[in-house]
Design a protein around this ligand. Structure first.
Ligand SMILES: *Cc1c(COP(=O)(O)O)cnc(C)c1O
Length: 375
């Protein structure tokens, strides 16, 4: 179902476009599933599937064989349920006060994060609510989840445990993208110890990077997110995932500027030579972070135009970004510049902006013309 506006007929005129390759997404899920070996491979599709769109992403993943989805909020769970009727859906935010009826109505499973949530859910289930749940145990994040002491108490309260009847025991790794980090083995040891207190209940620890930490980390179910969307799960090693997202911006104009002139707001970059600048129709309002810009003090990100790199010149504005095309004789008005994608790894742009691929994806603006390919 390729619906590229530029392929047929009058198209909406947009400055930037986003192409999302659902076949690559499905291939990434399959690769993680092979790595997960015996474990079930679920998918984290929170935050609108990391900015790519819950509905097309969930449809493609379900078609690839994914049966379990993790989202942050009930609203997102309802959207997943609409396109994946038979799926198991866990809500990471847990049992937000007053949300139990909504969860039950849409067969969403809360990830129970505290004794208060467990008590409330148990009461609900005693009234006949059939939905499963996960028990989240904190092993080193200090974010959500039961403390080890609270988890131990729960494991010894047979009546409460029977009332809750959890379908999953889970914890979350703080440093999985750094394979040598001592916190990984520490969390693994704690999780092993505590899950032994909940015999017969499936367990889950690994996010994307956790899948690559080795068999010990996989337990019964893995919960990758970012790697599905093509972003390198582990820093510093070759990215085994296929590119899913390509963002491009149109060249609105090419201009000549003299050595000694400055570019953009704040005049932060002074040209060292007579230069040609291409002005792209994308900026921080499109989620192309302002901090990716360039100045006399430090280099910014780069884009790709007709197979050649063009470095950013000056600050990124709200709707516009200037790049230096002095060395690219071919760049012309109307060309598309790749902001990130197959040729410009999203991690490199995110790094130039002082952030991570996760934040770049989830911050993508609404002005892109979106095209979904494959699926
Ligand atoms: C977001 C999230 C995941 C997925 O993490 P990635 O690093 O994107 O693979 C897994 N588990 C929990 C609890 C999460 O919040």
């Amino acid at each position: 179902m390729a619906t590229n506006p530029s392929d047929r007929g009058p198209a909406p005129i947009t400055g930037a476009r986003l192409t999302i390759d659902l076949d690559a997404l499905a291939a990434n899920w399959a690769l993680l599933d092979r790595h997960a070996a015996g474990a079930e491979t679920a998918a984290a599709v929170k935050a609108d599937a990391y900015g790519l769109g819950i509905e097309p992403v969930v449809r493609a993943l379900a078609a690839a064989g994914c049966r379990t989805f993790f989202i942050a909020l009930p609203e997102e769970g309802i959207r997943v349920r609409r396109v994946a009727r038979g799926a198991t859906i866990y809500v990471l935010a847990g049992l937000i006060e007053g949300s139990a009826d909504t969860l039950v109505a849409h067969d969403l499973r809360p990830v129970l994060n505290s004794p208060a949530e467990i008590e409330e859910w148990a009461a609900h289930r005693r009234r006949g609510a059939p939905t499963g749940s996960a028990i989240h145990i904190d092993t080193g994040m200090n974010r959500l989840g039961l403390s080890l002491h609270e988890a131990l108490e729960l494991s010894r309260d047979a009546a409460l445990l029977a009332a809750v009847a959890p379908s999953l025991i889970m914890s979350h790794l703080a440093c999985s993208d750094t394979p040598g980090h001592p916190q990984n083995v520490r969390q693994l040891a704690l999780f092993r110890e505590i899950r032994a207190e909940f015999p017969g209940i499936p367990a889950s620890l690994a996010n994307s990077a956790g899948v690559f930490l080795g068999e010990d980390y996989r337990f019964d179910l893995v919960r990758p997110g970012i790697a599905l969307y093509g972003v390198a799960p582990v820093a510093g090693v070759e990215n085994p995932m296929r590119t899913v997202v390509t963002a491009e911006a149109r060249i609105l104009a090419i201009r000549e500027a003299e050595a000694g002139e400055t570019v953009g707001y704040g005049a932060t970059e002074t040209l060292k030579r007579a230069s040609r600048l291409a002005i792209l129709s994308a900026g921080y309002a499109d989620g192309y972070h302002r901090s990716a810009g360039s100045s006399d003090q430090h280099h910014g990100a780069y884009v790709m135009i007709r197979g050649a790199r063009a470095p950013l010149a000056g600050r990124v504005s709200m709707d516009l970004t200037a790049v230096d095309v002095t060395d690219l004789r071919l760049a012309a008005r109307g060309d598309w510049a790749e902001l990130f994608g197959r040729n410009v790894p999203i991690e490199s742009v995110a790094h130039a902006a002082g952030t991570i691929g996760y934040e770049f994806l989830t911050g993508l603006g609404r002005r892109y013309a979106r095209t979904y390919r494959g699926g």
